[in-house]
Ligand binder design. Structure first.
Ligand code: SF4
Length: 249
């Protein structure tokens, strides 16, 4: 879909006008959604969008890079790894339409950071309060595993996003060790001072950067939530602590 066709589409409207917005972050989101820099991921995201999962046969999959979701003046960022093939790659919104997202958005709602406990489609009316959800890789990768090269190719998008968020951003929660490895260099490139050697990922770790509190949290993957490695309570505790650090009510 070209830019003009996209702006007329239902998904553009679903973004609540944000994708028509001329703000710098909205412009960045539109550029992200048009990116084709990783041949393997372009092929995969579009093939998944064509073949679909039987349960979603009546969906028109997004099949493109998934931009970050949440306001430009967010005080708290939540950073995953990459969209899921039948989640964000289907719905066009980060963590939306899969079990990982069900867990994350329920917890955000429980701690007062989201307008509703579910996130099922880009036009479901969900609003985040002071929170921006994003990822260091914007396209769904096969087996949920981007290559190091794809991770590095996508990093400039996160760097630009963090630079735009920086004036208001006070805290960030990074989900999982892979996301942690990918996100820390982006924080450095966006202007924060990250300790050297870089701190290792751990659930509950809190690392003060200059003017930003960085938190680690186990990823909300099905494997972690089904096995109880990450419980809803553990997730709420990290999110609430990070929201307090960010000055969010
Ligand atoms: S993963 Fe990132 S850099 Fe690669 S095609 Fe998608 S948006 Fe572009």
């Amino acid at each position: 879909m070209g830019g003009e066709a996209f702006r007329r589409s239902g998904l553009a409207r679903a973004y609540g006008g944000r994708m028509d917005d001329s703000s710098a972050l909205a412009r960045l989101d539109r550029r992200v959604a048009d990116c084709r820099a990783c041949p393997r991921l372009v092929e995969w995201r579009e093939e998944v969008a064509r073949t679909k999962r039987a349960a979603f046969a009546d969906w028109t999959y997004w099949g493109r890079p998934v931009p970050g979701f949440g306001p430009a003046d967010a005080r708290l960022a939540i950073i995953g790894l990459a969209p899921a093939a039948h989640g964000g790659n289907r719905t066009g919104r980060m963590f939306t339409g899969d079990r990982s997202g069900d867990v994350l958005y329920q917890a955000l709602y429980d701690v007062g950071l989201a307008s509703q406990p579910t996130s099922v489609s880009a036009d479901d009316g969900l609003e985040l309060y002071g929170v921006r959800v994003t990822a260091p890789v914007h396209c769904a990768p096969p087996a949920n595993k981007p290559t190091p090269g794809e991770r590095d190719t996508c990093r400039p998008w996160l760097v630009q996003e963090l630079k735009l968020l920086r004036p208001a951003l006070k805290a960030a929660v990074v989900l999982g060790a892979f996301g942690w490895q990918a996100a820390l260099p982006a924080f450095t490139e966006a202007g924060w001072t990250v300790p050297r050697p870089r701190p290792a990922f751990a659930h509950g770790i809190r690392v003060p950067l200059d003017g930003l509190e960085l938190f680690g949290c186990f990823h909300v993957s099905q494997r972690n939530t089904f096995t109880g490695r990450l419980t809803p309570r553990m997730l709420r505790e990290v999110l609430r602590t990070a929201a307090d650090a960010a000055g969010l009510p």
